[in-house]
Design a protein around this ligand. Structure first.
Ligand SMILES: Cc1cc2nc3c(=O)[nH]c(=O)nc-3n(C[C@H](O)[C@H](O)[C@H](O)COP(=O)(O)OP(=O)(O)OC[C@H]3O[C@@H](n4cnc5c(N)ncnc54)[C@H](O)[C@@H]3O)c2cc1C
Length: 461
């Protein structure tokens, strides 16, 4: 089987619904019932007699933000690769989303601006599904919990039980009572604040090292009402390079969501906190952003929520020398990137696909899941390298620079600049940014030479 990262990435991006089985375990337990946990449960349902999702919130069928996901009120975009994976694991997912009030955003319904300039079209076949994050999560929850062998348990996980070399159970508290669930396989999907490393260390195992890229990001997301005569597009994104930032806005985005509304986001770094009051957000959308943004907020805004994110963070499970068998981690618990690239849910979906490939190969569950961690590394490296590569070029950002960073950063700036004007380069760029293809397609001599030519022509006017 081909094993270059690009080949592994292509395999894991498969769009065919996997056939169920083989059944490898009696009880699988998933810690955390958000996007990553629910997708892990969907995959495990093919390979376990029963799957139990332990989540401290009881969201029911609500499509409102909930305490366990404090970023739930912020604008979220589901990238095309994420939608493709959801469609794969839940056939009919997009239609169901639209029937429930979500909106599809094909290429013709998206506008992307770079330093105020509208970019040429890119990946013509790429479609996004728009809705608020709780709405998208509720769609995934409904389909996952409809599976006959998956059930939810409302409880707070407090730790793990270990047999000599493997995880054997999950400790939890519910209504003040402490209990243990026996488990043949455990997936940690408790998000970026996961305590799995502490639990492992306390029990004498290795704790995964935490890599941090300090981005110091400020978000403000408002809800606006849809009115007639607004732009006939569903998604808008505007990014500004450091020299072009005005009034502190490093990026802005809007997307249509359920119930005839828009989500409008402004973001800045460090001391720049644009749009923290409704008046400021509306003013900035009208005065400092591309025209579409002003049109979205014409009817005013209904609510506004702010959020601060100190860092992008990654836990390297693939590096661990001593890790128990029957345990993996998935989603933000492993990697949580700068959200402006909108990769988190899609990364979780691709990691779930990696779990599916791992389990379909009938692995021995009595040894650490190293084949899974290796597959997961490939699908996490892709969004992580793209996002942190761009973050580290910002003057305020601190974090470990990968080897050869200066050259890679120069080359990627050429591609980004060319993607504004050249449809072929933008097609390749969007393929990577949307996580449809491996980033190596942007590092070919052909892509770089074409980008250099496009940029030279642009400089000559
Ligand atoms: C501001 C912001 C904007 C974002 N925008 C986008 C975007 O546009 N597109 C995109 O794809 N992604 C975006 N993301 C990322 C996205 O939200 C996550 O990647 C995605 O939700 C997957 O997260 P997760 O399921 O791994 O973790 P989370 O969503 O954080 O869920 C963790 C779950 O675990 C539960 N939990 C935690 N501890 C325990 C415990 N001890 N016991 C029981 N349950 C527990 C929590 O209640 C929660 O339900 C954004 C993130 C942020 C912060």
């Amino acid at each position: 089987m081909a094993s270059s990262p690009a080949a592994v990435f292509a395999r894991i991006s498969d769009k065919r619904t996997p056939t169920a089985g083989p059944v490898l375990m009696k009880t699988a337990v998933v810690l955390g019932g958000s996007v990553a946990g629910l997708l892990a449960a969907r995959v495990l349902a093919d390979h376990a007699d029963e799957v139990i999702v332990v989540e401290r919130d009881d969201p029911g069928t609500s499509t409102r933000p909930r305490p366990g996901v404090p970023h739930g009120a912020q604008a979220h975009v589901l990238l095309p690769a994420g939608l493709a994976q959801l469609e794969r694991f839940f056939p009919g997912f997009a239609d169901e989303g639209v029937a429930a009030g979500g909106r599809l955003a094909p290429a013709s319904h998206r506008h992307t601006f770079s330093d105020g300039v509208l970019k040429v079209p890119g990946r013509a076949d790429a479609v996004m599904l728009c809705g608020s994050r709780p709405f998208l999560e509720a769609l995934i929850r409904k389909r996952t919990l409809a599976l006959p062998n998956v059930r939810a348990l409302t409880a707070r996980v407090t730790g793990l039980e270990f047999a000599p070399d493997a995880v054997s159970g999950v400790r939890y508290e519910s209504d003040g009572a402490k209990s243990v669930l026996k488990a043949d396989f455990v997936v940690d999907a408790t998000g970026r604040a996961s305590r799995l490393g502490d639990w492992l260390e306390k029990a004498g195992w290795d704790k995964p090292a935490l890599t941090r890229v300090e981005i110091d990001l400020n978000y403000a997301t408002a809800i606006a009402r849809r009115t007639p005569n607004q732009p006939g597009i569903e998604v808008g994104l505007a990014t500004y390079s450091p020299g072009s930032v005005t009034e502190g806005v490093a990026a802005g985005a809007f997307c249509s969501i359920e119930d005839e509304r828009w989500m409008v986001l402004l973001s800045g770094y460090v001391a720049d906190k644009p749009g923290r009051t409704p008046e400021d957000l509306v003013r900035l959308c009208k005065a400092s952003m591309p025209e579409d943004f002003g049109a979205i907020v014409t009817a005013g805004i209904d609510s506004l929520a702010t959020y601060h994110l100190a860092d992008a963070r990654r836990r390297n499970f693939h590096d661990l020398a001593r890790v128990p068998a029957r345990l993996v981690a998935l989603g933000d618990s492993v990697a949580s990137m700068n959200p402006i690239y909108a990769q988190g849910m899609t990364s979780a979906a691709l990691q779930a696909s990696a779990l599916s490939e791992f389990l379909r190969a009938k692995p021995s569950l009595d040894v650490p899941a190293r084949e899974f961690f290796a597959l997961q590394k490939v699908v996490v490296d892709a969004p992580w390298d793209v996002a942190t590569g761009a973050d580290l070029s910002l003057p305020h950002v601190r974090g470990p620079r990968p080897s050869g960073y200066a050259v890679k950063n120069w080359a990627s700036k050429q591609v980004v600049a060319a993607s504004v004007r050249d449809s072929e380069i933008n097609r390749r760029f969007e393929s990577v940014i949307f996580l449809l293809e491996h980033p190596s397609i942007l590092a070919t001599p052909g892509t770089l030479l074409r980008s250099l030519r496009v940029n030279r022509r642009a400089r000559r006017g």
